[in-house]
Design a protein around this ligand. Structure first.
Ligand SMILES: Cc1cc2nc3c(=O)[nH]c(=O)nc-3n(C[C@H](O)[C@H](O)[C@H](O)COP(=O)(O)O)c2cc1C
Length: 396
Protein backbone atom coordinates (compact mmCIF):
# COMPACT_ATOMS: atom_id res chain seq x y z
CA UNK A 1 0.00 0.00 0.00
CA UNK A 2 1.40 3.39 -0.91
CA UNK A 3 2.06 6.27 1.40
CA UNK A 4 -0.85 8.18 -0.12
CA UNK A 5 -3.23 5.74 1.57
CA UNK A 6 -1.48 6.44 4.84
CA UNK A 7 -2.21 10.10 4.26
CA UNK A 8 -5.88 9.31 3.70
CA UNK A 9 -6.23 7.97 7.25
CA UNK A 10 -7.69 10.53 9.65
CA UNK A 11 -7.17 8.61 12.87
CA UNK A 12 -5.76 5.34 14.13
CA UNK A 13 -9.07 3.56 13.55
CA UNK A 14 -8.70 4.30 9.82
CA UNK A 15 -5.23 2.74 9.93
CA UNK A 16 -6.79 -0.28 11.58
CA UNK A 17 -9.31 -0.65 8.73
CA UNK A 18 -6.53 -0.37 6.16
CA UNK A 19 -4.48 -2.98 8.03
CA UNK A 20 -7.49 -5.28 8.02
CA UNK A 21 -7.76 -5.01 4.25
CA UNK A 22 -4.10 -5.85 3.82
CA UNK A 23 -3.40 -8.73 6.23
CA UNK A 24 -4.44 -12.38 6.19
CA UNK A 25 -7.28 -12.85 8.65
CA UNK A 26 -5.23 -14.87 11.17
CA UNK A 27 -2.55 -12.22 11.31
CA UNK A 28 -4.92 -9.26 11.55
CA UNK A 29 -6.85 -10.94 14.35
CA UNK A 30 -3.70 -11.93 16.19
CA UNK A 31 -2.80 -8.24 16.37
CA UNK A 32 -6.27 -6.84 16.85
CA UNK A 33 -8.14 -9.07 19.20
CA UNK A 34 -8.10 -9.87 22.93
CA UNK A 35 -8.65 -13.15 24.70
CA UNK A 36 -11.66 -15.33 25.54
CA UNK A 37 -14.77 -13.08 25.52
CA UNK A 38 -12.76 -9.88 24.95
CA UNK A 39 -14.26 -8.16 27.98
CA UNK A 40 -10.90 -6.68 28.98
CA UNK A 41 -10.30 -5.47 25.42
CA UNK A 42 -13.63 -3.63 25.31
CA UNK A 43 -13.31 -2.31 28.84
CA UNK A 44 -9.89 -0.84 28.09
CA UNK A 45 -11.67 1.50 25.66
CA UNK A 46 -14.92 1.94 27.59
CA UNK A 47 -13.06 3.07 30.72
CA UNK A 48 -11.85 6.20 28.90
CA UNK A 49 -15.43 7.20 28.13
CA UNK A 50 -16.19 7.24 31.85
CA UNK A 51 -13.52 9.88 32.47
CA UNK A 52 -14.23 13.47 31.43
CA UNK A 53 -11.88 16.42 31.17
CA UNK A 54 -12.49 19.91 32.54
CA UNK A 55 -12.19 22.71 29.99
CA UNK A 56 -10.67 26.07 30.76
CA UNK A 57 -11.45 29.04 28.51
CA UNK A 58 -9.75 32.30 27.63
CA UNK A 59 -6.27 31.13 28.48
CA UNK A 60 -3.52 31.98 26.01
CA UNK A 61 -2.60 28.53 24.74
CA UNK A 62 -0.97 29.69 21.51
CA UNK A 63 2.25 27.92 22.52
CA UNK A 64 1.86 24.32 23.57
CA UNK A 65 4.52 21.70 23.96
CA UNK A 66 4.58 18.03 24.81
CA UNK A 67 8.17 17.71 26.01
CA UNK A 68 8.43 14.89 28.48
CA UNK A 69 11.38 14.14 30.74
CA UNK A 70 11.83 10.53 31.68
CA UNK A 71 14.76 9.17 33.67
CA UNK A 72 16.52 12.48 33.13
CA UNK A 73 16.18 12.33 29.35
CA UNK A 74 13.96 14.59 27.27
CA UNK A 75 11.45 13.18 24.78
CA UNK A 76 9.30 15.11 22.34
CA UNK A 77 6.01 13.47 23.26
CA UNK A 78 4.56 11.66 26.28
CA UNK A 79 4.36 8.50 24.17
CA UNK A 80 6.51 5.42 23.76
CA UNK A 81 6.18 2.44 21.44
CA UNK A 82 5.25 -0.71 23.38
CA UNK A 83 6.90 -4.08 22.68
CA UNK A 84 4.98 -6.24 20.23
CA UNK A 85 6.16 -9.56 18.84
CA UNK A 86 4.91 -9.53 15.24
CA UNK A 87 5.93 -6.15 13.75
CA UNK A 88 8.24 -7.97 11.35
CA UNK A 89 5.33 -10.07 10.11
CA UNK A 90 3.31 -6.99 9.19
CA UNK A 91 6.02 -5.32 7.12
CA UNK A 92 9.39 -6.65 6.05
CA UNK A 93 11.63 -6.01 9.09
CA UNK A 94 8.82 -3.91 10.55
CA UNK A 95 10.79 -3.41 13.78
CA UNK A 96 13.26 -1.23 11.88
CA UNK A 97 10.36 0.86 10.57
CA UNK A 98 8.89 1.28 14.05
CA UNK A 99 12.27 2.18 15.52
CA UNK A 100 12.83 4.75 12.76
CA UNK A 101 9.43 6.33 13.36
CA UNK A 102 10.13 6.49 17.11
CA UNK A 103 13.55 8.01 16.57
CA UNK A 104 12.16 10.65 14.21
CA UNK A 105 9.39 11.46 16.70
CA UNK A 106 11.91 11.71 19.56
CA UNK A 107 10.35 8.96 21.69
CA UNK A 108 11.45 5.55 23.05
CA UNK A 109 11.00 2.34 21.09
CA UNK A 110 10.75 -1.01 22.87
CA UNK A 111 11.87 -4.10 20.99
CA UNK A 112 10.09 -7.33 21.97
CA UNK A 113 11.89 -10.55 22.86
CA UNK A 114 9.93 -12.29 20.09
CA UNK A 115 10.66 -9.82 17.29
CA UNK A 116 11.64 -10.87 13.77
CA UNK A 117 14.61 -8.48 13.68
CA UNK A 118 17.47 -8.96 16.11
CA UNK A 119 18.24 -6.44 18.81
CA UNK A 120 21.75 -5.99 17.41
CA UNK A 121 20.38 -5.07 13.98
CA UNK A 122 17.87 -2.57 15.39
CA UNK A 123 20.58 -0.91 17.49
CA UNK A 124 23.07 -0.83 14.62
CA UNK A 125 20.79 0.20 11.79
CA UNK A 126 18.51 2.66 13.59
CA UNK A 127 19.54 3.53 17.16
CA UNK A 128 17.54 6.19 19.04
CA UNK A 129 16.17 5.62 22.53
CA UNK A 130 15.94 1.84 22.62
CA UNK A 131 14.41 -0.31 25.34
CA UNK A 132 14.46 -4.10 25.31
CA UNK A 133 11.49 -6.17 26.50
CA UNK A 134 12.37 -9.41 28.23
CA UNK A 135 10.33 -12.52 28.79
CA UNK A 136 11.62 -14.84 31.48
CA UNK A 137 11.62 -18.27 29.90
CA UNK A 138 11.44 -21.60 31.69
CA UNK A 139 15.20 -21.86 31.16
CA UNK A 140 16.01 -18.60 32.92
CA UNK A 141 19.67 -18.80 31.86
CA UNK A 142 18.59 -18.31 28.25
CA UNK A 143 16.74 -15.13 29.22
CA UNK A 144 19.85 -13.94 31.03
CA UNK A 145 21.78 -14.37 27.78
CA UNK A 146 19.35 -11.90 26.18
CA UNK A 147 20.01 -9.43 28.99
CA UNK A 148 23.75 -9.60 28.29
CA UNK A 149 23.15 -9.06 24.59
CA UNK A 150 20.85 -6.09 25.22
CA UNK A 151 23.49 -4.58 27.47
CA UNK A 152 26.20 -5.04 24.84
CA UNK A 153 23.95 -3.63 22.10
CA UNK A 154 23.46 -0.43 24.12
CA UNK A 155 19.77 -0.69 25.05
CA UNK A 156 18.92 1.90 27.71
CA UNK A 157 16.16 0.13 29.59
CA UNK A 158 15.13 -3.44 30.25
CA UNK A 159 11.36 -3.94 30.30
CA UNK A 160 10.54 -7.19 32.10
CA UNK A 161 7.05 -8.41 31.24
CA UNK A 162 5.48 -10.29 34.14
CA UNK A 163 1.80 -10.61 33.20
CA UNK A 164 1.92 -13.99 31.47
CA UNK A 165 2.71 -16.79 33.92
CA UNK A 166 0.84 -19.19 31.64
CA UNK A 167 -0.32 -19.07 28.04
CA UNK A 168 -3.48 -17.18 27.21
CA UNK A 169 -6.70 -18.53 25.74
CA UNK A 170 -7.07 -16.89 22.33
CA UNK A 171 -9.65 -19.13 20.74
CA UNK A 172 -9.71 -17.15 17.50
CA UNK A 173 -6.10 -18.17 16.82
CA UNK A 174 -7.18 -21.81 16.85
CA UNK A 175 -10.22 -21.11 14.67
CA UNK A 176 -8.02 -19.23 12.18
CA UNK A 177 -5.43 -21.99 12.04
CA UNK A 178 -2.77 -19.68 13.50
CA UNK A 179 -0.08 -21.33 15.56
CA UNK A 180 3.01 -20.06 17.36
CA UNK A 181 5.46 -20.98 15.97
CA UNK A 182 3.87 -20.70 12.56
CA UNK A 183 3.09 -23.84 10.61
CA UNK A 184 1.14 -24.19 7.40
CA UNK A 185 -2.38 -25.56 7.25
CA UNK A 186 -5.35 -25.21 4.92
CA UNK A 187 -7.01 -22.36 6.82
CA UNK A 188 -4.05 -20.07 7.21
CA UNK A 189 -2.71 -20.75 3.70
CA UNK A 190 -6.05 -19.90 2.10
CA UNK A 191 -6.12 -16.65 4.05
CA UNK A 192 -2.66 -15.79 2.68
CA UNK A 193 -3.70 -16.51 -0.92
CA UNK A 194 -6.39 -13.83 -0.80
CA UNK A 195 -3.88 -11.20 0.39
CA UNK A 196 -1.24 -11.21 -2.37
CA UNK A 197 -0.02 -7.69 -1.50
CA UNK A 198 1.08 -8.88 1.94
CA UNK A 199 2.36 -12.17 0.58
CA UNK A 200 4.68 -10.62 -2.00
CA UNK A 201 5.89 -7.63 0.00
CA UNK A 202 6.45 -9.41 3.31
CA UNK A 203 6.57 -13.19 3.23
CA UNK A 204 8.12 -13.55 -0.22
CA UNK A 205 10.74 -10.92 0.62
CA UNK A 206 11.86 -12.95 3.63
CA UNK A 207 11.94 -16.13 1.57
CA UNK A 208 14.13 -14.44 -1.03
CA UNK A 209 16.53 -13.02 1.57
CA UNK A 210 16.75 -14.68 4.97
CA UNK A 211 14.17 -17.47 4.63
CA UNK A 212 11.06 -17.97 6.75
CA UNK A 213 10.75 -15.11 9.30
CA UNK A 214 12.07 -16.24 12.65
CA UNK A 215 12.34 -14.84 16.14
CA UNK A 216 15.81 -13.50 15.65
CA UNK A 217 16.56 -12.79 19.31
CA UNK A 218 16.05 -16.40 20.29
CA UNK A 219 19.24 -18.35 20.92
CA UNK A 220 19.85 -20.88 18.13
CA UNK A 221 19.23 -23.67 20.59
CA UNK A 222 15.69 -22.44 21.20
CA UNK A 223 14.91 -21.70 17.58
CA UNK A 224 15.79 -25.27 16.69
CA UNK A 225 13.89 -26.82 19.53
CA UNK A 226 10.71 -24.98 18.57
CA UNK A 227 8.76 -27.59 16.76
CA UNK A 228 5.18 -27.43 17.96
CA UNK A 229 2.89 -25.22 19.96
CA UNK A 230 2.88 -27.07 23.26
CA UNK A 231 6.65 -27.27 23.39
CA UNK A 232 6.87 -23.57 22.49
CA UNK A 233 4.63 -22.69 25.39
CA UNK A 234 6.51 -24.95 27.80
CA UNK A 235 9.74 -23.18 26.97
CA UNK A 236 8.55 -19.57 26.81
CA UNK A 237 6.22 -19.54 29.80
CA UNK A 238 7.38 -19.85 33.38
CA UNK A 239 4.81 -20.15 36.14
CA UNK A 240 7.38 -20.54 38.90
CA UNK A 241 8.94 -17.07 38.75
CA UNK A 242 9.12 -14.91 41.87
CA UNK A 243 10.33 -11.47 42.90
CA UNK A 244 13.81 -12.81 43.58
CA UNK A 245 14.10 -13.41 39.82
CA UNK A 246 13.61 -9.69 39.35
CA UNK A 247 16.29 -8.99 41.91
CA UNK A 248 18.69 -11.15 39.89
CA UNK A 249 17.96 -9.07 36.81
CA UNK A 250 18.50 -5.91 38.83
CA UNK A 251 21.97 -7.12 39.74
CA UNK A 252 22.76 -7.96 36.11
CA UNK A 253 21.33 -4.88 34.43
CA UNK A 254 23.08 -1.51 34.77
CA UNK A 255 20.42 0.53 32.94
CA UNK A 256 16.86 1.36 33.86
CA UNK A 257 14.73 -1.59 34.91
CA UNK A 258 10.99 -1.45 34.23
CA UNK A 259 8.39 -4.02 35.23
CA UNK A 260 5.51 -4.35 32.77
CA UNK A 261 2.11 -5.76 33.63
CA UNK A 262 1.46 -4.27 37.08
CA UNK A 263 -2.19 -3.61 38.04
CA UNK A 264 -2.20 -3.19 41.82
CA UNK A 265 -0.47 -0.88 44.33
CA UNK A 266 0.83 -3.95 46.18
CA UNK A 267 2.68 -5.31 43.14
CA UNK A 268 3.91 -1.81 42.28
CA UNK A 269 5.47 -1.53 45.76
CA UNK A 270 7.03 -4.99 45.44
CA UNK A 271 8.54 -4.07 42.08
CA UNK A 272 10.20 -1.03 43.64
CA UNK A 273 11.37 -3.04 46.64
CA UNK A 274 13.10 -5.44 44.24
CA UNK A 275 14.95 -2.74 42.37
CA UNK A 276 12.66 -1.50 39.58
CA UNK A 277 13.19 2.06 38.37
CA UNK A 278 9.71 2.20 36.90
CA UNK A 279 6.53 0.22 36.38
CA UNK A 280 4.27 -0.16 33.40
CA UNK A 281 0.63 -0.39 34.39
CA UNK A 282 -0.71 -2.72 31.71
CA UNK A 283 -3.10 -5.57 31.00
CA UNK A 284 -1.21 -6.42 27.81
CA UNK A 285 -3.78 -4.62 25.69
CA UNK A 286 -6.51 -6.96 26.96
CA UNK A 287 -4.75 -9.92 25.35
CA UNK A 288 -3.88 -12.09 28.32
CA UNK A 289 -6.36 -12.23 31.21
CA UNK A 290 -9.94 -11.37 30.33
CA UNK A 291 -11.00 -10.49 33.88
CA UNK A 292 -8.22 -7.94 34.37
CA UNK A 293 -8.96 -4.31 35.24
CA UNK A 294 -8.44 -1.63 32.63
CA UNK A 295 -5.05 -0.05 33.42
CA UNK A 296 -6.57 3.44 33.30
CA UNK A 297 -8.89 2.33 36.13
CA UNK A 298 -6.02 0.85 38.11
CA UNK A 299 -3.78 3.89 37.67
CA UNK A 300 -4.88 6.36 40.38
CA UNK A 301 -4.39 4.10 43.41
CA UNK A 302 -1.02 3.00 42.04
CA UNK A 303 0.15 6.58 41.52
CA UNK A 304 -1.05 7.45 45.03
CA UNK A 305 0.87 4.54 46.51
CA UNK A 306 4.17 4.77 44.64
CA UNK A 307 4.11 7.78 42.31
CA UNK A 308 6.61 9.74 44.41
CA UNK A 309 9.05 6.81 44.48
CA UNK A 310 9.01 5.56 40.92
CA UNK A 311 8.18 6.39 37.32
CA UNK A 312 4.69 5.22 36.45
CA UNK A 313 4.07 4.38 32.79
CA UNK A 314 0.84 2.98 31.37
CA UNK A 315 -0.50 1.24 28.27
CA UNK A 316 -3.55 -0.62 26.93
CA UNK A 317 -6.34 0.84 24.83
CA UNK A 318 -4.92 4.31 24.12
CA UNK A 319 -6.27 5.36 20.73
CA UNK A 320 -6.79 9.12 21.06
CA UNK A 321 -4.69 11.99 22.34
CA UNK A 322 -7.39 12.71 24.90
CA UNK A 323 -6.89 9.18 26.33
CA UNK A 324 -3.22 10.02 26.79
CA UNK A 325 -4.05 13.33 28.48
CA UNK A 326 -6.37 11.55 30.94
CA UNK A 327 -3.59 9.19 32.03
CA UNK A 328 -1.09 12.04 32.41
CA UNK A 329 -3.63 14.03 34.45
CA UNK A 330 -4.06 11.06 36.80
CA UNK A 331 -0.29 10.86 37.24
CA UNK A 332 1.33 8.65 34.58
CA UNK A 333 4.56 10.01 33.11
CA UNK A 334 4.38 8.22 29.75
CA UNK A 335 1.84 6.28 27.70
CA UNK A 336 2.87 3.38 25.52
CA UNK A 337 1.01 2.37 22.39
CA UNK A 338 0.95 -1.09 20.83
CA UNK A 339 -1.65 -1.74 18.16
CA UNK A 340 -1.92 1.81 16.78
CA UNK A 341 1.66 1.91 15.49
CA UNK A 342 1.41 -1.73 14.38
CA UNK A 343 -1.57 -0.86 12.16
CA UNK A 344 0.40 2.10 10.84
CA UNK A 345 3.43 -0.09 10.11
CA UNK A 346 1.20 -2.58 8.29
CA UNK A 347 -0.05 -0.01 5.82
CA UNK A 348 3.03 2.14 5.33
CA UNK A 349 6.10 0.95 7.24
CA UNK A 350 7.85 3.90 8.88
CA UNK A 351 5.48 6.43 7.26
CA UNK A 352 2.46 4.56 8.63
CA UNK A 353 3.86 4.34 12.15
CA UNK A 354 4.79 8.03 11.95
CA UNK A 355 1.24 8.81 10.85
CA UNK A 356 -0.15 7.05 13.93
CA UNK A 357 2.22 9.03 16.16
CA UNK A 358 1.16 12.23 14.37
CA UNK A 359 -2.46 11.59 15.29
CA UNK A 360 -1.53 11.32 18.96
CA UNK A 361 0.60 14.48 18.71
CA UNK A 362 -2.15 16.53 17.08
CA UNK A 363 -4.87 15.21 19.38
CA UNK A 364 -2.82 15.76 22.54
CA UNK A 365 -2.09 19.29 21.38
CA UNK A 366 -5.77 19.99 20.70
CA UNK A 367 -6.81 18.52 24.06
CA UNK A 368 -4.24 20.66 25.90
CA UNK A 369 -5.73 23.75 24.25
CA UNK A 370 -9.24 22.87 25.40
CA UNK A 371 -7.96 22.33 28.92
CA UNK A 372 -6.16 25.68 28.93
CA UNK A 373 -2.78 23.98 29.35
CA UNK A 374 0.44 24.97 27.60
CA UNK A 375 2.37 21.85 28.44
CA UNK A 376 1.83 18.32 29.62
CA UNK A 377 3.53 19.28 32.88
CA UNK A 378 0.48 21.42 33.74
CA UNK A 379 -1.85 18.42 33.73
CA UNK A 380 -3.10 17.20 37.09
CA UNK A 381 -6.23 15.72 38.66
CA UNK A 382 -7.99 19.08 38.69
CA UNK A 383 -8.30 18.60 34.91
CA UNK A 384 -10.54 15.55 35.42
CA UNK A 385 -14.09 16.76 35.47
CA UNK A 386 -16.44 13.87 35.86
CA UNK A 387 -15.04 10.51 36.72
CA UNK A 388 -17.39 7.56 36.65
CA UNK A 389 -14.62 5.06 37.21
CA UNK A 390 -14.79 4.01 40.87
CA UNK A 391 -11.05 3.71 41.46
CA UNK A 392 -10.33 7.04 39.84
CA UNK A 393 -13.24 8.73 41.62
CA UNK A 394 -12.04 7.41 44.99
CA UNK A 395 -8.67 9.01 44.40
CA UNK A 396 -10.11 12.44 43.62
C1 LIG B 1 0.24 -8.15 18.49
C2 LIG B 1 0.76 -7.82 19.84
C3 LIG B 1 1.90 -8.46 20.32
C4 LIG B 1 2.39 -8.14 21.58
N1 LIG B 1 3.56 -8.73 22.00
C5 LIG B 1 4.07 -8.39 23.21
C6 LIG B 1 5.31 -8.92 23.64
O1 LIG B 1 5.95 -9.70 22.93
N2 LIG B 1 5.78 -8.53 24.85
C7 LIG B 1 5.09 -7.67 25.66
O2 LIG B 1 5.54 -7.34 26.75
N3 LIG B 1 3.91 -7.14 25.26
C8 LIG B 1 3.40 -7.47 24.06
N4 LIG B 1 2.22 -6.92 23.66
C9 LIG B 1 1.52 -5.97 24.53
C10 LIG B 1 1.98 -4.55 24.27
O3 LIG B 1 3.29 -4.34 24.71
C11 LIG B 1 1.09 -3.54 24.98
O4 LIG B 1 1.00 -3.88 26.34
C12 LIG B 1 -0.32 -3.45 24.38
O5 LIG B 1 -0.28 -3.62 23.00
C13 LIG B 1 -0.92 -2.11 24.71
O6 LIG B 1 -2.25 -2.04 24.29
P1 LIG B 1 -2.73 -1.37 22.91
O7 LIG B 1 -2.36 -2.35 21.84
O8 LIG B 1 -4.18 -1.26 23.12
O9 LIG B 1 -2.01 -0.07 22.77
C14 LIG B 1 1.71 -7.20 22.39
C15 LIG B 1 0.58 -6.55 21.90
C16 LIG B 1 0.11 -6.84 20.64
C17 LIG B 1 -1.10 -6.12 20.14
Amino acid sequence: MSNSSVEEALNVFDLRQMAKARLPKWLFEFVDRGTEDEVALRNNRAAFERIKLKTQVLVDVSTRNQDTTLFGKQHKMPIGIAPTGPAGMLWYKGELELARAAKAAGIPFTLATGSQTSMEEVAKVVGGTLWFQLYMWSDVRMSHMLVERAKNAGFEALVVTVDGPVGTNREYNIRNGYTVPFSYNRKNTTAVMVKPGWFFSVLMRYWLTTGMPRRENYPTEMKERFTHVSSAERKTKNDSLGWTDLKVLRDMWPGKLLVKGILTPKDAALAIAHGADGIIVSNHGGRNFDSSMAPIEALAPIVDAVGDRTTVIIDSGFRRGSDVVKALAIGAKLVMVGRATLWGTTVGGEAGAARALDFYRQEISRTLAYLGCRSVAELNRDCLEFVGTPHVAAAM
